[in-house]
Design a protein around this ligand. Structure first.
Ligand code: TXA
Ligand code: MG
Length: 327
């Protein structure tokens, strides 16, 4: 295991980014901020580094990674874009959208990172630190979220440190992220399919495409029947404390994850109360989601009661992550 390393933490100044790029070139593991969540980066062409990355996260190697690049030319070197994929890329990159596409001939991403699939996930992140790091490195960087596998994704450098200290080489601290949930994943095959709701609302994508996104086949319990995005297994993003959804009261011993201005019966006796957005703003709620789940998980409550969140816009991704947290 990649345990017992000294994990350095650095601010995101130009010297530190040069150092981080050098670390990636030497096969190191570097956590860095993106606009969605913090990623754990490795050189996309270095199979040994990618093997260390899977170990550091405790992630099953059948779960492929997203290749992050600085511009569309680099993305087209990795994957084949049809007209709809190109339209989405030009409309939403840089930004919280990942496209799953056929691999380009001579795709530079190591097979280990794509789990042997003939498709590859690509995105151009919008965070200035991520883009500066990608440019300094000069190639593609594969990066899953920088948490232990199955844990809540990190939205601050401190979250990364609490999961991965001793297991990775470097954490570039760029402050708290702005979006707060992972990128939306769209598979561009015959008809574009929503593989994971995320930081770019479905409605925005469908408006650009002029048609609805296909929905992957679902099991009755809401888990994907055959996980087309293999990381979308039901029990993911799980806090240790049991999570109870659609709460209209707070039961004895529970903490409350609130949304909006409503007051619930039993709220005054809650172990702790955190409100995703007192004004019921979904973007604010997405930004706060993972940090508040981590904070409430640390309070030793018997359970975390969660108030309903509307299912449109960013609410689709928020509800998706909450359902997984409740499994
Ligand atoms: O916002 C994000 O997407 C963050 C930041 C760091 O970019 N990254 C992230 O990575 O969330 P990760 O590894 O936690 O989630 C990537 C998802 C997984 O569910 C994986 O199964 C799916 O992308 N995926 C990757 N390659 C795929 C492929 N070829 N086909 C289908 N799904 C794929
Ligand atoms: Mg993840």
């Amino acid at each position: 295991m990649a345990v017992g390393l000294t994990t350095r933490m650095t601010a995101a100044d130009p010297d530190a980014l040069k150092d981080a790029a050098r670390c990636l070139r030497n096969g190191g593991l570097v956590a860095f901020p993106t606009e969605t969540v913090y990623g754990l980066g490795a050189d996309a062409g270095n199979a040994a580094a990618i093997a260390r990355l899977y170990q550091a996260k405790g992630r099953p190697a059948f779960n492929p990674l997203i290749a992050h690049v600085a511009d569309l030319a680099a993305a087209r070197n990795i994957a084949v874009f049809d007209a709809e994929a190109l339209n989405l890329a030009e409309s939403f990159w840089p930004g919280p959208l990942t496209l799953v596409l056929p691999k380009a001939p001579n795709c530079p991403v190591a097979d280990l990172a794509t789990a042997g699939l003939d498709t590859v996930a690509v995105r151009i992140p919008a965070h200035p630190v991520a883009v500066a790091l990608l440019r300094a490195f000069g190639g593609a960087v594969v990066a899953p979220s920088a948490n232990l596998s199955g844990h809540v994704s990190p939205t601050t450098a401190a979250h990364v440190q609490s999961d991965l200290a001793g297991r990775i080489d470097l954490i570039v601290d760029g402050g708290a992220v702005s979006v707060g949930v992972e990128s939306t994943i769209v598979g561009c095959f015959e008809q574009p399919m929503l593989l994971r709701p995320g930081g770019l609302p479905r409605e925005a994508i469908e408006q650009v495409l002029g048609r609805a996104l296909l929905q992957p086949p679902q099991d009755p319990d809401g888990a994907m029947a055959q996980p087309l995005a293999p990381g979308m297994l039901a029990s993911h993003y799980a806090p240790r404390t049991p999570v109870r959804l659609m709460a209209d009261e707070v039961r004895p011993g529970e903490a409350l994850l609130a949304f909006g201005p409503a007051v619930l019966p039993g709220m005054d006796k809650a172990i702790a109360v955190m409100n995703l957005s007192g004004l019921a703003d979904l973007a604010e709620a997405a930004t706060n989601l993972f940090g508040y789940l981590r904070a409430l998980d640390a309070r030793g409550a018997a359970g975390i009661a969660v108030m309903p969140v509307p299912d449109h816009g960013l609410g689709e991704a928020i509800n998706d992550r909450l359902r997984r947290a409740a499994v």
